[in-house]
Every structure is written in structure tokens, then in C-alpha cells.
Design a protein around this ligand. Structure first.
Ligand code: ASP
Ligand code: MG
Length: 418
């Protein structure tokens, strides 16, 4: 049936968010209008949240950078919020052209109030009264994603990819039955199909797993949107706006589903670099000193490994975002003598590969199977870290794709759990 909604409600309130490629041209905008119309026709109330046309936000940022290398954040928000204002107006017109009642609103008009942290603002409150009144009078409400307004009335934006967060936040505020994120993929996959052609679309994934996958660099959903959905228990579904059929991937809360696969997906990224401080004195305060100097420079650290000491010294390794590698190296070289370290070394040709699955909680042996699989391919593990539902390893980056393929096969992720 067209217009799948997980709750069996006849008349549901649905928030639909369409990304940049889904509204990238007039033709695509018309296609979105037709999809919205079908949902309206079967009796649902629909709030639509839109991104800017694909490429538009980048284009606007590039314009600003021609004037200021680091554009003034307040003015940058005024500029980049325009992208979404274009698409909402065009979609509202397309809906009216189909004979529907529709109204477009900017973030400030629907009172998406945020803090004043320009270009990365957080939503404080949403006034849903106007949207409710419109929905009750049969309108489709079309809201600009990615933007809000602070208490002073200044335009703010929520960070790149932020219209996902707008969608989820509106769904939470309106107690929507479902928040549907329409994108250019038809759901969440066991891993990137460009690397593993056998990768399988998941019908469901738990919120916690999605959070891990999003934070590990799977770009399907903005991580803040996933966090928001978790906090307010918003039912989220990822679907393709390019396909008529298909139920996408539903992000569930673990209690909802009985049997979980042990592993749901494999994430990977090449965004990190590794730094090692060799021969540091094995005494209290050293980790604080090393990481403190890095944190003071506002550099985020991801994985950390400290070896057991030998001869009263130890080695200390951690990873940072690849873009911060040089800065972090410079800092370590500066503090090297203060710490009493023998040597500082670094490597930015690394990749992180992670297995994610809530089933790990109740199944032993996942790590050993992972390590055996990688050993059989002669892949050396440079670092290992684990959490309750995730095991990550750092490998040389030229082995990343091989590692992902081998693990996908070993854990039989191409096969659906019976
Ligand atoms: N247009 C904004 C961006 O490109 C927000 C979004 O698309 O979610 O980041
Ligand atoms: Mg996006």
C-alpha cells in the first residue's frame, strides 16, 4: 500500500522531512508535492520539513567566504537560512497547484526558538499552536528546516544537516505518529553498498544502534536528530524519495522488538588520525597532562589506549579527527619535554572499522570472531576499543574495505535473521 505508516491509525499526523536532493529541482519538488498529496488523500495530516536545494547551502557558504575567510556567524546564519526559504515557498506553490491547502513557514514564524549559538544553535522550544490550527483546517504545513530564531529575534541555524533535527523536533512537539525522513537512499543498510554490494537494507534498527552508526560516520541521519528522537521517543523512519514503494527502515526502541540480530551493521571511517607519545614516565597525572593539552586546544579525542608500562615508562596512543592531526602533533611536540616523553609519532593513514549490534550484550564471542576474521586476512589491529554494543578497531587505511567485506561475510549480514 502506498503511504505506509507504522501505526495502524487511519488518520495519523505525519512529519515528513525531505533532503536536498529530494527538492533539488522544480521537477523533484513537484514529485514531493504529489507524494504529500497522496498522504493527505488517505486522510493523514502532514507537516513537511524541507532542506535547501542540494548544493545550495555550500554555494551560500562559499559566497560568504569570498568576503570573510571565517564569516561572521550571525550574518552567515542570515545568509544560509535563505536556502530553505526558497524550497518551502516552491513546495507550497506546488501543493496549491495540485488543489491542496498549504502554508509555508520559516523557522521564526513557527517559533522554533533556539539559543544564540549561531551556526550550531540548539532548539529550546517550539510553539505548535499555529501549526495545529492549520492542520485542523486542512492545510499541509511546510516548514523550513535547519533554522530557528533566538530570543532576540535573530535568525539561527542548527548545524549542517540540521533539517533532520527540525523534522524530529516538530514531530516531538506535535506528538506526531511518525517522522519520515525522505532521502536518496531507501533506508539504513548493514554497511555501505558501494563497498559491499551484498549489503542489506534493514527493516528495523534500534535507536541505540542508529546512534552509534550515525556517530561513526554513516551519513544517513544527522546525529543530533537521532539523539532528539531518542529523548522524545519519536518514531523515525528513513525512506527514499525516489521510490514509490518501500517501507524504508524504522528506528525502534529496543523494548518494541523481541529478537535482535547480534550484529546490525558495520560502520567505518577514514576521518581519524593516530598520535602516539612514546616513553612517557609511568606515573599519575600523565594522561591528564597529555590529553589536557589537546583538550585545551578544543581538539576532540576519540579512542585512547595506554600500554602497560615497562622500565617505568609507557606509551600512550589516541586518535583525533584527521583535520586536527597537524595541530595535535604540534601541541604534543610542544609539551613533549614537559611530560618527559622520549618521542612523539603520528599516522594519518588509518581507518576505523566498527561492528554495531545490541545483541552483543547477550552474546559472547563477537570480539574474538571479529579478530579471527581480520587475522585470516592478515590485517593488523593497531587499536581496539569496545562499548556495550560496539567493537571498533583501527587498521591501516588501505585495508579498510577488505576488513569491512570480510566482516560482512563472516557475520552473514547479507542474510536476514529468520
Ligand atoms: N541545508 C542545510 C545543509 O545543507 C541543512 C540540511 O540540509 O539539513 O546542511
Ligand atoms: Mg541531510
Amino acid at each position: 500500500m502506498y503511504g505506509f505508516v507504522s501505526s495502524s491509525l487511519i488518520m495519523a499526523l505525519i512529519v515528513q522531512k525531505y533532503g536536498g536532493t529530494s527538492v533539488g529541482s522544480i521537477e523533484r519538488i513537484r514529485t514531493v508535492a504529489e507524494r504529500v498529496a497522496k498522504f493527505k488523500m488517505i486522510g493523514h495530516q502532514v507537516v513537511v520539513v524541507l532542506s535547501a536545494m542540494s548544493g545550495e547551502t555550500n554555494r551560500l557558504i562559499a559566497l560568504a567566504q569570498q568576503i570573510q575567510k571565517e564569516p561572521d556567524p550571525r550574518e552567515l546564519d542570515v545568509l544560509i537560512a535563505t536556502g530553505e526559504q526558497v524550497t518551502i515557498a516552491l513546495l507550497a506553490m506546488a501543493l496549491k497547484d495540485l488543489g491542496l491547502k498549504a502554508r509555508s513557514y520559516t523557522g521564526s514564524q513557527v517559533r522554533i526558538v533556539t539559543d544564540s549559538a549561531h551556526t550550531k544553535a540548539r532548539i529550546l522550544s517550539i510553539d505548535e499552536a499555529q501549526m495545529r490550527a492549520d492542520l485542523d483546517s486542512g492545510h499541509v504545513v511546510v516548514v523550513a528546516g535547519f533554522q530557528g530564531v533566538d530570543e532576540m529575534g535573530d535568525i539561527t541555524t542548527l548545524g549542517r544537516g540540521g533539517s533532520d533535527t527540525t523534522g524530529v523536533a516538530l514531530a516531538a512537539a506535535l506528538h506526531a505518529d511518525e517522522c519520515q525522513i525522505y532521502t536518496d537512499v531507501d533506508g539504513v543498510y548493514t554497511t555501505d553498498p558501494r563497498i559491499v554490494p551484498e549489503a542489506r537494507k534493514l527493516d528495523t534498527i534500534t535507536f541505540e544502534e542508529m546512534l552509534e552508526l550515525a556517530s561513526l560516520g554513516s551519513k544517513v541521519l544527522q546525529i543530533r536528530a537521532v539523539e532528539f528522537a531518542g529523548k522524545y521517543k519519536v518514531k523515525l523512519r528513513v525512506l527514499s524519495s525516489f521510490q514509490e514503494e518501500g517501507e524504508g527502515t524504522l528506528i525502534t526502541f529496543e523494548e518494541d522488538s523481541m529478537e535482535q540480530p547480534i550484529i546490525s551493521g558495520i560502520a567505518f571511517n577514514r576521518d581519524e588520525a593516530k598520535l602516539t607519545v612514546l616513553g612517557v614516565p609511568d606515573k599519575p597525572g600523565i594522561a591528564a597532562l597529555i590529553l589536557g593539552s589537546v583538550a585545551d586546544a578544543n581538539i576532540d579525542v576519540d579512542m585512547i589506549v595506554q600500554n602497560i608500562g615497562a622500565n617505568n615508562t609507557t606509551d600512550f596512543t589516541f586518535t583525533v579527527h584527521r583535520g586536527e592531526f597537524k595541530r595535535a602533533m604540534d601541541i604534543l611536540n610542544q609539551v613533549k619535554d614537559e611530560i618527559g616523553a622520549r618521542e612523539v609519532s603520528g599516522d594519518d593513514k588509518i581507518a576505523k572499522v566498527s561492528l554495531v549490534g545490541v545483541g552483543m550484550r547477550t552474546h559472547a564471542g563477537v570480539a574474538s570472531k571479529m579478530f579471527r576474521t581480520l587475522a585470516a586476512e592478515n590485517i593488523n589491529l593497531q587499536m581496539i576499543s569496545t562499548s556495550e554494543i560496539k567493537i571498533s578497531v583501527v587498521v591501516e587505511d588501505k585495508y579498510m574495505e577488505l576488513a569491512v567485506r570480510a566482516l560482512h561475510q563472516a557475520f552473514e549480514l547479507d542474510k536476514a535473521v529468520a
